[in-house]
Design a protein around this ligand. Structure first.
Ligand code: NAP
Length: 278
């Protein structure tokens, strides 16, 4: 099962992705092979994860046709002032001729740098090196500002979403403006597994709590990006396309909202001191 969603630039991408943040470095190739066997075709990495090279190599060695893969990487805010170099770095680490999706990883705190980076991404898109341009962790205000300035809508806003932190206003705004939401930390770094409400709901469908919550994301229209380094769990996370949540169960999942979340504040997070390749 690999349904695709249509983006606002006319391209498509798979409706579920495989999160590559903190994959075990020593078993990365086997984990990616397991993810491909399970059915994942969208692989979500970033320069910040420091594994673009290993992810690209594992995908190439897999023998899966390039055209059926969807590879996303992201530019960290400390590279915005030299964005072209940052994008070229991603391309060379991944060892790909083009990247399916490339995103500003965070908005950063310097709008001028953000604009420069977005401009560089649009230029690389013109040159065929990036297919779809997107953003991550952008607020409504930051999206409005970027769109007003460039007249180009990001295809995707990748943001932290899970039942505890549903970001409903932002997700609704993205939907109204044709921007696809992708949800990071979709199982709240494993918290979904220990939540009794989710375990009970999952069991009613012969599924686990993690599967219940991932199904909730898909039914909300989001692209969830579960990460697992375990072949059994990553398969379990993909096996969510043969059941539908009742409205009562979807409401019970939504009632977990309490504002708890992991991410930084997009208005103040500057990306720290990370620089790729250094
Ligand atoms: N754009 C951004 O700023 C941003 C930020 C963070 C993450 N992301 C993206 O989102 C992806 C996912 O986020 P995440 O890794 O933070 O959180 P996550 O996918 O919600 O949670 C991953 C954790 O949950 C465990 N887990 C996953 N499936 C499980 C299952 N079925 N049963 C039990 N435990 C399970 C994993 O353990 P095991 O590995 O041991 O199974 C791992 O410890 C990342 O890999 C990355 O691609 C993007």
């Amino acid at each position: 099962m690999n349904k695709r969603v249509v983006l606002n630039d006319g391209r498509t991408m798979p409706c579920i992705g495989f999160g590559c943040f903190r994959l075990p470095a020593d078993r990365l190739k086997q984990v990616i092979e397991s993810a491909l066997d399970a059915g994942y075709r969208y692989f979500d990495t970033a320069t910040r994860y420091e594994n673009e090279r290993a992810v690209g190599l594992a995908l190439r060695l897999s023998g899966v046709p390039r055209a059926s893969l969807h590879v996303v990487s992201k530019l960290w805010p400390t590279s915005f002032h030299e964005a072209r170099r940052g994008i070229e770095y991603s391309l060379s680490e991944l060892n790909l001729d083009y990247i399916d999706g490339y995103y500003l990883h965070w908005p950063g705190i310097h709008p001028d740098m953000r604009y420069r980076a977005w401009e560089a991404m649009l230029e690389m898109q013109q040159r065929g090196l990036i297919q779809s341009v997107g953003v991550s962790n952008f607020t409504i205000g930051q999206l409005e500002d970027l769109i007003a300035r460039f007249g180009v809508r990001p295809t995707v806003n990748q943001i932290e979403i899970h039942p505890w932190y549903p970001e409903q206003a932002l997700a609704d705004w993205c939907k109204a403006h044709g921007i696809q939401v992708a949800s990071w930390s979709p199982v709240f770094r494993g918290r979904a597994v220990t939540e009794p409400v989710l375990a009970r709901i999952g069991a009613a469908y012969g599924k686990t709590g993690a599967q219940a919550v991932l199904r909730w994301h898909v039914e909300k229209g989001y692209i969830p990006l579960p990460k697992s380094g375990d072949p059994g769990r990553l398969k379990e996370n993909f096996d969510i396309f043969d059941f539908s949540l009742s409205s009562d169960d979807a409401a019970a999942i939504a009632s977990l909202e309490n504002g708890e979340h992991l991410g930084d504040d997009p208005e103040t997070f500057d990306g720290g001191t990370f620089m790729p390749g250094r």
